[in-house]
Design a protein around this ligand. Structure first.
Ligand code: PLP
Length: 404
């Protein structure tokens, strides 16, 4: 039997599933971009983006993917010759660091490997050694999508504060925004970057840089900032054309408005809670399978796992075999392992990831887990039993009111 009917589930960690409401909102004729209605739309989107980020400060919007807002953030507060401290827990902080280097910035990278979170002791040491305060910023990912690690940004801010270091705290929330609890102002994050195609459920194409007044004052001291990347006019536009530094991404805005409505209707606490229960259902299932050695969670400590994505280690080539099987027979595409091994290394076929960000619910995840369970049986991969039971036990807790 070959899967042919039914709806395909692209369970990769971004771009994520697009809700019908978002697709339908985009299906319309192009608007007059100078119509004052457009201003209301963009103001409402800025307001609601800030609510999702839990900030009262500023947001600048860009026609860009995540890489674009990496550059936008750097362009506003850093200049060639500046030094930054980069904290890597997977692949993406390395990408941001490479972007910084290409712009003439010197990066000191602390690498915490592929299976654990940021070690605050090492960060404190690095900051303490930086007596002349050369580091102008500390860059980190909230969630690294390759490893599925969740970093404790609140603890990181406390480390910087304890060392009395003036560096800006700059955080990549591209994978985590709208999935994992993130409190920009309460945690003292100065600059945060995100994009629309993961927890925000909109086709790739718009990105966001959130910044507070401290970051704005650093921006004010910059000798020159590319007028396109400059966040000043975008965050506080005096005319319609400034919101996006030119023509706005009209249909993305219609889609994003619908996505933010969905988030508002559900409520941010409930959204986080749903992601948490889903992540726990997946990790419970993987733990049950792992009893016979079929696979293991890449991040062993529950508190260090993201609620948006789960990275899994199997034995090569079983990761690829499982992915191929569920795609062929069940209509589910799982994510490949990213950054765990080079694609030409046979070990690469040992990894896979489940994306569970944004528009996902328990029946979709039950489908993913049931399909993987079927793959393990069909492919004769030894595995522990009770995975689905373990998952549904977690889903039975979906109606409890609180997140963490
Ligand atoms: C997806 C992702 C990126 C890259 O975003 P693009 O839109 O592909 O440029 C960067 N950082 C993290 C944590 C991501 O998950």
């Amino acid at each position: 039997m070959q899967n042919s009917g039914g709806r395909h589930y692209n369970a990769i960690p971004g771009p994520s599933v697009i809700p019908d409401q978002v697709l339908q909102a985009m299906h319309r004729a192009g608007p007059n971009i100078y119509d004052p209605v457009q201003q209301e739309l963009m103001d409402s989107i800025q307001r609601d983006l800030k609510a999702v980020a839990c900030t009262r400060h500023h947001v600048a919007m860009y026609i860009a993917n995540g890489h674009g807002v990496w550059e936008a953030a750097i362009a506003n507060v850093l200049a060639p010759g500046d030094h930054v401290l980069v904290l890597a827990t997977g692949r993406f902080a390395h990408g941001w660091a490479a972007m910084a280097r290409s712009l003439g910035i010197t990066t000191e990278v602390l690498d915490f490997g592929l299976q654990s979170t940021i070690d605050q002791t090492r960060v404190a040491e690095a900051l303490a050694q930086d007596k002349n305060h050369r580091y102008k910023a500390v860059l980190a990912c909230h969630v690294d999508t390759a490893t599925s690690v969740l970093n404790d940004i609140d603890a990181l801010r406390n480390t910087i504060t304890k060392e009395a270091h003036p560096a800006l705290l700059m955080v990549d929330c591209i994978a985590s925004l709208g999935c994992d609890r993130f409190l920009m102002d309460e945690w003292g994050v100065d600059v945060m970057v995100s994009a629309c195609q993961k927890g925000l459920m909109t086709p790739p194409g718009t990105g966001f840089v959130f910044f507070n007044d401290k970051a704005a004052s650093v921006r004010a001291t910059q000798k020159s900032v590319s007028s396109y990347w400059d966040w000043t006019g975008r965050a506080n536009p005096r005319e319609l054309y400034q919101y996006f530094g030119g023509t706005s991404p009209t249909h993305h805005l219609f889609g994003l408005r619908a996505a933010l409505d969905l988030l508002n209707d559900e409520g941010l606490e409930s959204v986080w809670h749903r992601h948490r229960v889903i992540a726990r259902a997946i990790s419970s299932a993987v733990e049950a399978w792992s009893v016979e050695g079929a696979m293991a969670l890449n991040i062993s400590q529950a508190a260090q796992r993201s609620n948006a994505v789960t990275a899994i280690r199997a034995t090569a080539p079983d990761g690829t075999r499982i992915r191929d099987w569920v795609e062929q027979y069940c209509g589910i595409t799982l994510g490949v392992g990213l950054g765990m091994a080079e694609p030409d290394d046979p070990a690469w076929h040992g990894f896979f990831r489940i994306g569970h960000m944004g528009h996902v619910n328990s029946q979709m995840i039950n489908g993913v887990l049931g399909s993987i369970d079927a793959a393990l049986k069909a492919l004769d991969i030894p595995h522990g039993s009770g995975a689905l039971e373990a998952a549904t036990t977690q889903f039975a807790g979906l109606d409890s009111a609180t997140s963490r």
